[in-house]
Design a protein around this ligand. Sequence first.
Ligand SMILES: CCCCCCCC(=O)SCCNC(=O)CCNC(=O)[C@H](O)C(C)(C)COP(=O)(O)OP(=O)(O)OC[C@H]1O[C@@H](n2cnc3c(N)ncnc32)[C@H](O)[C@@H]1OP(=O)(O)O
Length: 397
Amino acid sequence: MRAMDFQFSDEQLMLRQSVRHFVDREIIPKIAEWDAKGGFDQAIWKQLAQLGLLGICIPEKYGGSGMDYNSLAIACEELERGDTAFRTAVSVHTGLNSMTLLQWGNEAQKEKYLKPQAKGDKIGAFGLTEPGAGSDVASMSSNAVLEGDYYKLNGQKTWISLCDVADHFIVFAYTDRSKSHKGISAFIVERTMGGFSSKAIKGKYGIRSGNTGELFFEDVLIPKENLLGEEGEGFKIAMSALDNGRFTVAAGAVGLIDACLEASVKYCQQRETFGKKIGDHQLVKQMIAKMEAGYQMSRLLVYRVGDMKNRGERNTRETSLAKWQACDFANQAADDAVQIHGAYGYSDEYPVARFLRNSKAPVIYEGTREIHTLMQADYVLGNRVDRKLSHILPPWK
Ligand SMILES: CCCCCCCC(=O)SCCNC(=O)CCNC(=O)[C@H](O)C(C)(C)COP(=O)(O)OP(=O)(O)OC[C@H]1O[C@@H](n2cnc3c(N)ncnc32)[C@H](O)[C@@H]1OP(=O)(O)O
């Protein structure tokens, strides 16, 4: 077995430093206000673009910064240290949309959609989940019928990040229901196409500064050239997109654990009970130690997946494990961070209540904890085997 290299390059160290600096300066001071009002300042997109974060794993010839998968993980870690909503936005724009266009789009689609969004001039998103089809992707109701040079799309999507912000969406719909999951196709749908509308969901438990909501398609006419891949390849396209999306979610969870540790250590050093700093109490130490263990283990899982991706290896199994474990560790770390802060942790005075609310979404989205548990059991039991899929994993440069 080839030894794994856990050294970050100088370029990656600089990336981490610049994203961390950006988060400390531009996100952390404003996040409580954005979280309370339910939206962040859209000018932040320009800043993310200037940092190269909107095209991080996209080759330079398509307007991206041509960095590798572990650089994407570094960016996601650092963004989620600020707030889960920012990492979610980058995950969707980059992991679910841009990288899917890179892997499955033809040259004309890359030129028209990938290039401007890698530069940050346009925003891309992803429409898979429906009111009646979450984990069970193949039970979706959306339908697209070819009529001349256009597909006529009807249906509804829900829990779509960037629903009111994105310029275009990769949307999945049946083109042939008789073929089960092999009858699903993927389309690039522009916001400006007639019959398209979106509506944000109000009253979310967490990631409140992010824009999440519903998409509606009423006889939307999609030009034939906006079919992504071939007819019937939609399910595979969605699953391969999720391999990238879940990787960014796992990396973000590492950043959330880091934020929980940072806040908890600070509080342990200032708060005293029973005549000593709370960090000197054994049960508090236990929570800190668990957070550290979760942080280190999740990081190893994430960077191992990044390494596999960089080498073009199929990584569905390892990505699912990293996503499942890192998100569970982050959820537990956030719960413990609130516990360490006691009653103060239950208010907005400290960031940990927001961390706890935010930590729940990644345990649900991009494959619930239960879906990943079942996938892992099935891999071990031999019920699920990943075939080599070389055509969908091109090098990033
Ligand atoms: C605030 C809160 C916001 C909430 C946001 C919510 C929005 C989202 O989370 S978006 C995404 C959420 N959805 C998911 O994650 C979906 C979860 N479900 C799944 O992952 C799958 O449906 C799962 C695993 C349960 C079932 O898969 P299963 O039916 O076993 O399919 P499986 O047999 O593995 O694959 C079917 C085909 O796809 C192919 N395929 C599977 N995985 C991949 C992959 N990673 N890459 C390429 N092809 C793949 C297989 O090779 C197979 O091909 P063929 O039919 O030719 O043999």
